[in-house]
Design a protein around this ligand. Structure first.
Ligand SMILES: Nc1ncnc2c1ncn2[C@@H]1O[C@H](COP(=O)(O)OP(=O)(O)OP(=O)(O)O)[C@@H](O)[C@H]1O
Length: 445
């Protein structure tokens, strides 16, 4: 499809892009497309379709559908815009890095908009292909940050609860980097003692200490040309933090028992489930090290904050445990899981699916194949809705002081869970210590 008023140079330029590219008018109409765009998206040969119809199957511009529209921002600012969106293509949905450039006419006014789209190879919104999957707004936003930072050498700090996929995201950073052909070396920092920390990270010379019968290559050396992933960096004790800081500051290290100064050559990605800023305040984490590693922090959402991803994760993970069977999950069971709190995040979902695959005799996983706490979460929510309705009918929902609401609610929840503190704390999203304090305060136990 070609708008005959578009200069030939402009059309030729579109074809030079190795990615799908389109020329748009300010009212979102597609004026010209390159070949790769036509092959990737629906048939746009019918003249003057809107970009939002083709990419999103919307009948209105993205910003009216709750998305950030690069076109709108480009018109407002006159500057290049970059956003990360989920697009419909003829291969199904794809995560797309969209760049929009204003194109000026000879008079200097913006006449067209050039949109170039690059597909993410790091994650998928569909089951099957890659390990990392997600399509919720929170996941897409996180992936957008990963796509931005991955090609650089910047240190990345991944923050999130246990099981949210920090290691998978660290691998994605590596995969999207210039170092992707090099090694990805994960280091589990918790539990490394002072001496172990040094010899693991820096290696040691033969005879450096009793039992050092050979020279050992350290993980820093193994990561040469690649990415070093320091998992649970918040667990590194203070004395080891100094050694890590020295490595990062100088870019050099020495094997234990060695005299030779070696040059490090790695890109650093760190992760923790801890609140590092709080650890700095509490004197548990060095401030200088914190600022060294906090160059590009990314918060990974908990599974309960992206429940829209649960069906996709189930579809992606079930084949891992289903063996030869093509198992599915019933809508009731999916709905149970959507109401569950998932303190262990995706790792817990994996375990739940593995267990369900062993329990199911038929081809469909039902709520009865899920652990009691998942079934209970579902009843619990239903009960609380029903109870609120009963209270409303009894006209007792007139305003009462907050602490009384808290007390009554806690008493009720305590009974529902038969006094299971661990589960109750997880469902209420508080620590067991906080829960214990509350229970004592209200004399519940
Ligand atoms: N978005 C995702 N898509 C598919 N699988 C995922 C996703 N996120 C996490 N997982 C799976 O969940 C499990 C836990 O992920 P991972 O080990 O990356 O989490 P983590 O945050 O590093 O956990 P921890 O803090 O305990 O080390 C893995 O089996 C991983 O494959």
């Amino acid at each position: 499809m070609i708008d005959t008023s578009i200069p030939q140079e402009m059309l030729s330029m579109l074809e030079t892009y190795p990615d799908p590219a389109v020329l748009l008018s300010s009212d979102y109409k597609i004026l010209a497309t390159n070949d790769i765009y036509r092959r990737t998206y629906d048939d746009v040969s019918m003249a003057q379709r809107h970009c939002y119809e083709v990419s999103h199957h919307y009948d209105k511009p993205c910003d009216l559908m709750g998305e950030s529209c690069p076109m709108k921002r480009c018109i407002e600012t006159g500057k290049v815009q970059r956003v990360f969106h989920l697009h419909h293509t003829c291969h199904g949905e794809e995560h797309v890095d969209v760049e929009l450039y204003p194109v000026a006419s000879s008079s200097g006014n913006t006449q067209y908009f050039l949109e170039v789209m690059r597909y993410s190879k790091l994650a998928s919104p569909r089951p099957g292909g890659v390990a990392l999957v997600g399509r919720s707004a929170r996941f897409t936003e996180t992936l957008g940050l990963i796509e931005r930072v991955a090609p650089s050498e910047t240190t990345v700090l991944l923050l999130g609860e246990s099981g949210t996929g920090k290691e998978l995201m660290a691998q994605a950073v590596h995969k999207g980097s210039q170092r992707s052909q090099g090694p990805f070396v994960p280091v589990e920092c918790s539990g490394l003692t002072e001496t172990l920390f040094e010899s693991e990270l820096f290696g040691h010379e033969k005879g450096a200490f009793t039992g050092a019968n050979n020279r050992k290559t350290g993980l820093v050396e193994s990561a040469a040309g690649g990415t070093l992933f320091l998992d649970e960096i918040g667990d590194i004790p203070l004395p080891q933090q100094v050694k890590l800081l020295r490595l990062l500051e100088t870019g050099t290290y020495r094997r234990v028992g060695g005299v030779e100064t070696l040059k490090a050559n790695f890109r650093l990605v760190c992760a923790t489930h801890r609140n590092l800023a709080q650890q700095v305040t509490d004197g548990e984490f060095r401030m200088d090290l914190y600022y060294r590693i906090n160059a590009f922090p990314i918060d990974l959402p908990a599974l309960r904050d992206r429940i829209d991803d649960i069906p996709l994760l189930i579809e992606n993970l079930l084949p891992l445990f289903a063996g030869e069977r093509s198992l599915t999950m019933s809508p009731d069971a999916i709905s149970c899981l959507k109401k569950y709190h998932f303190p262990g995040n995706v790792r817990e979902l994996r375990n739940i699916l593995e267990r369900a695959c062993l329990l199911v005799d038929d081809m469909i996983i039902e709520p009865e194949h899920l652990p009691a706490q998942c079934q209970q979460a579902s009843h619990w929510q239903a009960d609380s809705v029903q109870q609120t309705e009963q209270l409303r009918q009894m006209n007792v929902l007139s305003p009462i002081p907050f602490h009384q609401v808290e007390k009554h609610y806690l008493q009720w929840a305590w009974q529902q869970l038969n006094g299971d503190k661990k589960q109750l704390a997880a469902l209420l999203d508080v620590s067991e210590r906080t829960l214990y304090r509350k229970l004592k305060q209200f004399s519940i136990c």
